[in-house]
Structure formats: structure tokens, C-alpha cells
Unconditional design. Structure first.
Length: 150
């Protein structure tokens, strides 16, 4: 196994572990809908369940469609990422980290979707009454990895 592959899998595993530990903590110690301020007027920890995809897309779709569709899309993305890294052995460190972040985040949310049929979100940023949709460690990793391509 090459150095890039080891870095890829260690980074992805770290993201999955951190994501699942934080979600376990939120699920164990907070009821859905509970919230507490971390930085008044800017940031709360809030236990939110998202049955849909990013920003609640598909949240109103029938559960069986939503679950099968989102698991299939996530699985396909993971296969494509693995294929890409296999075919690009000489990739740079930034591309390697970006792909591992997306991959690890996808697995973190996939675990929730399989276990609960929805994803646990808890990072709630806002200004006044204007809230950004709550998200989690996996979402942060996916977004960071994705924006690394820009």
C-alpha cells in the first residue's frame, strides 16, 4: 500500500470516528429539539434529525424512496472516489486529503442513514433569527473536501 493510500484511509477513518463519537454524544445526552448556546447570538449545539440530504432536500419524499435513493447515491459516490484514487496513484497531498474528507464524511452520514433512516445534525450557526441549516462533522468534512477543489 502506498503512502498516499495510507494517508487517505487514516484521514477518512479519523473523520468517521470523530463524526460518530460526536453524534453518539448528542444522541445520548440531548433529546431531539434540545439546544444550548455556545456563543450567544452566533452558535448553538442543537439536536436535529435530518431525514433528507443537504439542506433537507428530499425530506418530504416518501421514506422508502428517500432512504433507497440517498443510500444508493452515497454508495455510488464512495465507489467513484475509490476508483478515482486507485486510478490516480500519483495524486498530490491536497487532492488526497480532499478526497479522504469527502469519503469519510459520506461514510459517517451513511452510517446514520442506515441506523436511523436520518442523519443527526447538531452544529447550529445563526445571526439573529437567521439560521444556517444545522450540520455535523461529516457534513463539515464533505464541504471542506469539496471546496478544496475550487
Amino acid at each position: 500500500m502506498k503512502k498516499n493510500d495510507v494517508i487517505f484511509f487514516i484521514t477518512a477513518a479519523a473523520i468517521i470516528l470523530l463524526d460518530q463519537i460526536t453524534k453518539y454524544y448528542i444522541d445520548s445526552y440531548m433529546s431531539v429539539g434540545d439546544s444550548f448556546p455556545v456563543i450567544q447570538g452566533l452558535f448553538n449545539i442543537a439536536h436535529v434529525r435530518n431525514p433528507g440530504a443537504a439542506f433537507g432536500i428530499f425530506s418530504k419524499s416518501p421514506e422508502i424512496f428517500r432512504t433507497v435513493f440517498l443510500i444508493a447515491v452515497t454508495s455510488a459516490a464512495m465507489v467513484l472516489i475509490l476508483y478515482y484514487i486507485r486510478m490516480n496513484r500519483e495524486r498530490g497531498i491536497l487532492l488526497n486529503l480532499a478526497m479522504s474528507m469527502i469519503f469519510g464524511g459520506a461514510i459517517g452520514n451513511l452510517i446514520d442513514r442506515i441506523r436511523f433512516g436520518e442523519v443527526i445534525d447538531f452544529l447550529d450557526f445563526y445571526i439573529g433569527s437567521h439560521h444556517w441549516p444545522a450540520y455535523n462533522v461529516a457534513d463539515s468534512a464533505i464541504s471542506t473536501g469539496r471546496f478544496s477543489f475550487l
